[in-house]
Design a protein around this ligand. Structure first.
Ligand code: NAG
Ligand code: NAG
Length: 180
């Protein structure tokens, strides 16, 4: 009897451990953050002078808030700053008018030709797939000619001159746009 009980506990434990493992939600590649700059302290929040806030009244009373940060960071550092300092995420873009608005403001408020937005492109079974870090649908894109390029993993930058998107190495340091 005792042995039976012990056995069933062991079995139960094994099953629930497996279920837990299977039920674990897919993580948004957080390991890369650590691998990227080992030992480097997290940067402080952007100062007022290097950030510009923009509020866009949307349809149906839905307001979009953005902050343009003119402080160059890697994609994952930028995403961390969006989360920690603004409780937001790198911005996703779902139509031409938002793309146009963001690129014009980015051009005026940042000093590089490209800024991070919240897209990630990865290769799966030889197919390139892109998605937004905020999990909203990928239902609009504005790729520059020759993009998305076929590399293992890259992040999406908005070109402030023409509003086109390019795949850039996620470790590049660029200004960025958070949505919050
Ligand atoms: C474009 O997208 C924004 C945010 O997703 C939305 O508020 C706006 O209404 C959209 N504009 C058009 C013209 O669809
Ligand atoms: C694309 O997705 C956004 C975010 O969910 C949504 O607001 C918008 O209506 C969608 N646009 C189209 C054309 O489906």
């Amino acid at each position: 009897m005792k042995l039976f009980l012990v056995l069933s506990f062991v079995l139960l434990g094994a099953i629930s451990a497996r279920q837990l493992h299977e039920a674990a939600p897919e993580q948004e590649v957080p390991t890369e953050q650590g691998e990227e700059e080992p030992g480097e302290p997290e940067p402080p929040c952007p100062t007022e002078s290097e950030s510009f806030r923009m509020i866009v009244p949307g349809s149906g009373g839905h307001t979009c808030r953005y902050v343009f940060v003119n402080n160059c960071q890697t994609f994952w550092r930028a995403q961390q700053l969006c989360a920690r300092c603004y409780r937001g995420r790198l911005a996703s873009i779902h139509n031409y008018s938002t793309n146009h608005r963001l690129r014009c403001t980015a051009r005026a408020r940042t000093n590089r030709g490209q800024v991070w937005i919240g897209g990630i492109t990865s290769r799966r079974h030889r197919c390139l797939r892109s998605h937004w870090i905020d999990h909203s649908p990928w239902n609009y894109s504005n790729w520059a000619r020759g993009n998305p390029r076929n590399c293992r993993k890259s992040c999406v930058a908005l070109c402030t001159a023409g509003g086109h998107w390019r795949n850039v190495n996620c470790r590049a340091r660029l200004p960025f746009i958070c949505a919050y």
